[in-house]
Design a protein around this ligand. Structure first.
Ligand SMILES: [Zn+2]
Length: 439
């Protein structure tokens, strides 16, 4: 006989059913000022107004349930960080380079240190715990070229019960010799890791060619074959981040029409493929990427830090592209998706399209889940979803408290939270209903 676990959560509930767009479409989101969640065996059973939800509970459930009282706090689905590199946590805030020099001067030496498995294990535990402290419950994560770096990350995620994507970096040219694999060796390593981790509990494998310049055509070809040979595998890479990178790709792949065409040619731009950055694309390329089913990770902090350019969120939505929000640690300067939302707003302002708060919180939750093709599991409080959620303190700092006292509407409060908030706002993080972090 199995024992059913029931939890009730009370707080100011907000979740999304669709992208609310630039006009805060009221059909796209639900807010319950005195809201309740009923969680059964780690999954959402119901969400709604507290009084109605508790009145409709079957006999005995209310009495036996564990109650989490977050009244006065905002309860949201856990944040989804669509793109980060866990081995780069130690080179966040490295001065003065753009993408290609930054990789050579800071990132490759840091990733080379992951030849030491204990460095990978300590880093994985640190990063996963910091993600939870920042309210992030799912991420799409690059490891290094070393297979044991993937083992370390998945083991840390599994120990905390998290839904995570990760993969071994594939890189067989244009990188230091100690970080170089081979086309065949990279596939054999990936296959072993897929067998070990893909679909184990909440974990899924993501094939991870770093970007076109560091993979030979043969490596990209084999990667596409492997990706399309097994249903449910994911892919993560980088696309159109920096103008010098674009020139380099043109030289390396002279017979391909564009950077995007390189990935499309090898079958690396379909459903469950996530392309970080996607800054320097034209309208036709955005439409083509969207039509294939691939998604873009919007990394505003990273793009500002490396001087890469401004991602056009509005044009991407017009093209029908799936977009998630991401920190891109370690080019991003922190783990907080609240801080990323503030940066996304500033990028939008530079393009004449300031990001509305509701759309911002959609991006950080359901938008990210949709970009990763995980919205059937996470990202909202719809029945059956896994109960990963966070409680946020509207007034975590004196500045937030001062501002909140002067806000009239929910949209105003959310906007102040996304501009002024950070990890200090995270009161608690729950994973499959259970408390995983408390402030
Ligand atoms: Zn990246």
């Amino acid at each position: 006989m199995s024992i059913v676990s029931n939890r009730l959560v009370r707080g100011q509930l907000l979740h999304f059913l669709a992208d609310p767009g630039m006009g805060d479409d009221p059909a796209a989101w639900q807010f319950f000022d005195d809201g309740g969640l009923w969680i059964r065996d780690g999954r959402i059973q119901a969400a709604g107004p507290w009084a109605a939800l508790t009145a409709a509970l079957p006999p005995g459930v209310g009495e036996s349930a564990t109650v989490h009282d977050y009244r006065g706090h905002l309860v949201l689905p856990g944040f989804v960080d669509c793109h980060l590199h866990y081995p780069q946590a130690g080179v966040i805030a490295s001065y003065g380079r753009q993408l290609l020099d930054w990789l050579n001067d800071y990132v490759f030496p840091a990733e080379a240190r992951f030849a030491d498995a204990s460095e990978a294990e300590r880093s994985a535990a640190f990063v996963v715990d910091r993600l939870l402290a920042h309210g992030t419950t799912t991420a799409s994560v690059f490891a290094t070229v070393h297979p044991h770096s993937v083992d370390a990350f998945f083991a840390a995620a599994e120990a905390r019960g998290l839904r995570m994507l990760c993969g071994k970096v594939l890189m067989d040219r244009n990188c230091p010799p100690d970080l170089r694999d081979t086309a065949a060796g990279g596939m054999a390593d990936s296959l072993r890791l897929i067998e070990r981790w893909h679909g184990r509990g909440r974990l899924r494998y993501s094939l991870t060619p770093r970007f076109a310049p560091t993979s030979s055509p043969e490596q990209l070809r084999l990667c596409g074959e492997l990706l399309n040979s097994q249903p449910g595998l994911h892919l993560q890479t980088h696309l159109a981040e920096n103008p010098c990178e674009l020139d380099w790709v043109r030289q390396l792949f002279p017979t391909r029409g564009s950077y995007l065409d390189v990935y499309q040619h090898y079958g690396l731009a379909g459903p469950r493929s996530l392309h970080a950055h996607c800054i320097h694309l034209d309208a036709a390329e955005r439409r083509s990427l969207a039509a294939g089913g691939a998604a873009a990770a919007f990394c505003p902090g990273s793009n500002l830090f490396l001087g890469s350019g401004f991602f056009n969120l509005d044009a991407s939505r017009e093209a029908g592209l799936r977009v998630g929000l991401a920190t891109d640690i370690g080019a991003g300067t922190g783990f907080s998706l609240l801080r990323s939302l503030a940066q996304a707003y500033e990028v939008g302002q530079a393009l004449g399209a300031p990001l509305p708060a509701l759309r911002g919180f959609y991006l950080a939750t359901l938008g990210g889940a949709r970009a990763l093709y995980l919205d059937d599991c996470i990202g909202s409080f719809q029945p059956g979803r896994e109960a990963d959620f966070i409680a946020l303190d509207w007034a975590a700092t004196p500045e937030l408290a001062w501002r909140m006292e002067r806000c009239q509407t929910l949209a105003e409060r959310l906007f102040a939270l996304m501009m002024l908030g950070d990890e200090r706002c995270v009161v608690a993080t729950h994973v499959m209903g259970e408390v995983a972090f408390v402030r």
